[in-house]
Design a protein around this ligand. Structure first.
Ligand code: NDP
Ligand code: 8X3
Length: 254
């Protein structure tokens, strides 16, 4: 078992990028607070990861400021000093033109991708400021750098993550807190299944004819960002599969 005294809180650890990140950081000995709404998945992940490191589980919905506050306040004293926050929880809901988009989808994206990130950050930042140290990693997206057709509100939510990351880095600069944004292109996770509301055929088509990124690729990137020396912060990274040149340019072999 590798030892690392740092405590990392990962939101959205029940699948995809968050789950892969939790697994990699656990293998590297980081102590982990794993979060998500699906408590059963968290319980089985906790069981798996405890062979490597200490794990604490928090099940809450990032869209609810009161749930977020209660969850963070419930942390036992030995888990309170969170060194690393990976703001990963989030999803796209729908892929529709602005004129026919669903308000429920808009709410879900803005409430989780933007407001949820803010609520969790606020709850954690107070302690980081008091200790004058910490590292916040926000999961943006290529969709937060370029808008694509029908991406409207999802893109806006990720543009907001980009702006918030820059703002956080400025506001937290006097306290020695590092702030990083990682902006992946296409990653084969449950992302498209959620976007298309469980339509597997449609979700699978997104990754057909190309080799997408895998969640482990982004977990590797997160580990790289975390393992830079104290005087180095990776501020902003766009990570694409080789087959993807931009939000809209992708080469498929079939
Ligand atoms: P997944 O759907 O596999 O994972 C999303 C995670 O977010 C789940 O663990 C889910 O947990 C959690 N989550 C979603 N909504 C909430 C909520 N309201 N409260 C708490 N947790 C929530 O997708 P990815 O791993 O791909 O996505 C992770 C992040 O990466 C997202 O922010 C996404 O926008 C971003 N991203 C993804 C890309 C991709 O192509 N896959 C590309 C660029 C960025 P649970 O349902 O248990 O609550
Ligand atoms: C996820 C990548 O291109 O589907 O953020 O929006 S994309």
């Amino acid at each position: 078992m590798q030892k690392n005294s740092r405590i990392a809180l990962v939101t959205g650890a029940t699948s995809g990028i968050g789950e892969a990140t939790a697994k990699l950081l656990a293998a590297k000995g980081y102590q982990l607070i794993i979060c998500g709404r699906r408590a059963k998945r968290l319980a089985s992940l906790e069981k798996e990861l405890t062979q490597y490191t200490k794990v604490h589980t928090l099940s809450f919905d990032v869209r609810s400021s009161s749930e977020v506050r209660a969850a963070i306040e419930s942390l036992p004293s030995e888990w309170r000093n969170v060194d690393i926050l990976v703001n990963n929880a989030g999803n796209a809901h729908g892929l529709d033109p602005i004129q026919t988009g669903s308000e429920a989808d808009w709410d879900a994206m803005i409430d989780s991708n933007v407001k949820g990130l803010l609520y969790v950050s606020k709850a954690i930042i107070t302690g980081m400021i008091a200790r004058k140290s910490g590292h916040i990693i926000n999961l943006g997206s290529v969709a937060g750098k370029e808008v694509y057709t029908n991406g409207n509100v999802y893109c806006a939510s990720k543009f907001a993550v980009d702006a918030l990351t820059k703002g956080m880095r400025m506001d937290l600069n006097p306290y020695g807190i590092k702030v990083t944004a990682i902006h992946p292109g296409m990653v084969d996770t449950e992302f498209s299944l959620v976007r298309f509301k469980g339509d597997e055929e449609r979700a699978n088509k997104v990754y057909q004819g190309l080799t997408p990124l895998f969640a482990t690729d982004i977990a590797d990137t997160i580990l790289y960002v975390l393992s830079r020396p104290a005087h180095v912060v990776i501020a902003d990274l766009v990570v694409l599969p080789t087959a993807q040149a931009s939000a809209t340019v992708v080469t498929r072999t079939s």
